[in-house]
Write a protein that binds this ligand. Structure first.
Ligand code: HEC
Ligand code: HEC
Ligand code: HEC
Ligand code: HEC
Length: 437
């Protein structure tokens, strides 16, 4: 129906008439949808168009829409967080709190939302949905579906976490957190439809990628992979209405549905921008001020660390300094896996996660140790000082002073990082020969 409505222009007026006509039983339902905030608490105001969107403005817009249409349902395809920069974790904490306050009815889970682990995601009351979760943890925060009854209608929301897209697929076995089988999802969709519910499925894939796995004939509305910033035009794919959110939280999508027997008869799509004329929600001000205060405090702390480092107070000097006097040892180390431990974190988009950095850099959490790439770019990866301990005193005394970990047994050095969960196959007599120098 939607396709004809769009392309057969003379019919539009007629259809609109029949839709608005009081003679036809009106069963209207309004969905507000979005997806892939991608870590934007508030998109920057750098461009000419200025600062569009942001959680504070979205809160106002949603409040207005809910006053006008009390039965509306707000759905997100997820993708709220980002882990591309050093400030993203803190921002993520506030995005989750802010999102909880927006009162969404259901939010799909994407891999990027797991960037800081499942506990991080659980800190705010966001109605997460993931329909193919098979991890042991977090089952109580992730629902496999959410049923929303509003204005005489029932919408059942599902979300499919693409098992092939796990960012850490090979690295840490998170691949297996998402089931490759859509059997449970397909059964859930069918049950929901049989009970008269309107089914909505969110995913980061396209309909073509789902075919052969997900039964699209049981999906009324598919929220497919988000487009960059701009919302896509809805399209019919078989009997499924496919909608495409735009990223970075600059707009909201609105779908006004005319239902008969719980199925979509007509739909109208509108994209709602968030220009400056939409005021920030006063209720979100305290949240925003607290976030800014935390950002400032973090910044000042880093300035202090940088100052301390520049004035030579750090006990760590970095591998280049050791190389000056220990060329063969350095060469062996340089060709080992330890030398690329930070690059390997970057490859899985985890170079800003303290939970990972700890074992993939030098002296993290120790005075004068790794802070971030910019301040301490000489302490990336597992280096000499990760095992031998801080070496400034030793280096400055031409080797006549001991290193911080002088006297440590090999086992003790390795055990700092080669723990059971992170290196299950560790055996000193197998591992040491690979790095012996
Ligand atoms: C200016 C030269 C110089 C620099 C720089 C230097 N060392 Fe040494 N290092 C030496 C000398 C000389 C010895 C031998 C000392 C001895 O045998 O008494 C030595 C010995 C060592 C030993 C063996 C110690 C032992 O007790 O057997 C280790 C390990 C070591 N250095 C690691 C490092 C590390 C790690 C760095 C960088 C943080 C570093 N060195 C920087 C000169 C240097
Ligand atoms: C307790 C220390 C520790 C922590 C914390 C840690 N790692 Fe590691 N990581 C290791 C060790 C040790 C290895 C090497 C394992 C081996 O080969 O036996 C490793 C290996 C890796 C590799 C390389 C795998 C390969 O195939 O080459 C990646 C990628 C990685 N870790 C990512 C992460 C991520 C992401 C996190 C945070 C979620 C993390 N690590 C947290 C110690 C740690
Ligand atoms: C993964 C831990 C680890 C790393 C990384 C590491 N070392 Fe070592 N290093 C050791 C251990 C353990 C020994 C003692 C070996 C032994 O007793 O046989 C050692 C021994 C040495 C020695 C004494 C060698 C000798 O001939 O007696 C020097 C010098 C040294 N390391 C320098 C370095 C330098 C320089 C780097 C960085 C370029 C480095 N090490 C990186 C663990 C490490
Ligand atoms: C500061 C943390 C840390 C310490 C200390 C450490 N390692 Fe590692 N090790 C790692 C990480 C992280 C990796 C994975 C690097 C990568 O591939 O990205 C790794 C990888 C390795 C590998 C390569 C594994 C492979 O599959 O090829 C060997 C071998 C190894 N370590 C041996 C040792 C030994 C032996 C010691 C103790 C003498 C030691 N490591 C101490 C963190 C550490």
């Amino acid at each position: 129906m939607g396709r004809r409505y769009r392309f057969v222009r003379p019919l539009v007026a007629l259809l609109l008439w029949s839709w608005l006509s009081p003679a036809v039983a009106q069963e209207n339902l309004t969905l507000i949808y979005s997806g892939n905030l991608d870590g934007e608490l508030e998109p920057c105001g750098c461009s000419d168009e200025g600062n569009f969107g942001g959680i504070k403005r979205r809160a106002s817009l949603l409040a207005t829409l809910r006053t006008e249409t009390p039965g509306l349902i707000a759905l997100s395809a997820g993708g709220l967080l980002s882990s591309d920069g050093p400030g993203d974790r803190l921002k993520g904490e506030y995005i989750l709190k802010g999102f909880a306050a927006l009162g969404y009815d259901a939010v799909g889970l994407q891999w990027r939302d797991l960037a800081y682990g499942t506990e991080f995601v659980a800190q705010a009351d966001v109605p997460w949905v993931v329909s193919n979760w098979q991890g042991n943890e977090a089952t109580e925060i992730f629902a496999s579906q959410r049923s929303i009854s509003r204005a005489g209608h029932r919408v059942v929301f599902f979300s499919w976490l693409d098992p092939e897209a796990s960012p850490m697929r090979e690295a840490q076995g998170t691949h297996s957190l998402a089931s490759e089988s859509a059997k449970a999802l397909n059964a859930g969709l069918k049950r929901a439809r049989q009970a008269g519910g309107l089914t909505v499925l969110a995913t980061t894939q396209t309909p073509a990628q789902l075919i052969g796995r997900v039964d699209l004939s049981q999906v009324d509305i598919l929220m497919q992979r988000a487009a960059y910033e701009v919302y896509g035009e809805p399209k019919m794919h078989g009997s499924t209405l496919v909608i495409q959110p735009g990223s970075r939280g600059m707009r909201l999508g609105r779908l006004d549905l005319d239902l008969a027997d719980g199925r979509i008869k007509h739909w109208r799509h509108t994209v709602l921008p968030m220009p400056e004329s939409i005021p920030d929600a006063p209720g979100m001000q305290a949240w925003y001020d607290e976030y800014n205060a935390r950002v400032k405090a973090d910044y000042l702390k880093k300035v202090d660390i940088r100052k301390a480092r520049q004035s030579g107070q750090s006990p760590f000097v970095g591998e280049e300094r050791c190389q000056q006097c220990h060329v063969p040892q350095h060469e062996t180390w340089f060709n080992s896996q330890h030398a690329v431990a930070y690059e390997d974190l970057e490859a899985v988009n985890k170079a800003f996660d303290p939970a990972c950095i700890r074992c993939h850099t030098v002296g993290f959490d120790l005075p004068g140790g790794f802070v971030d790439m910019n301040i301490t770019g000489h302490l990336l990866g597992v280096q000499c000082e990760s095992c031998h301990g801080a070496g400034r005193a030793h280096a400055e005394a031409g080797g006549r002073k001991p290193l911080a970990n002088a006297g440590w047994a090999k086992e003790q050095m390795c055990a700092q990082c080669h723990t059971q969960p992170h290196s299950p196959g560790f055996k000193l007599d197998r591992y040491w020969p690979k790095i012996a120098h």
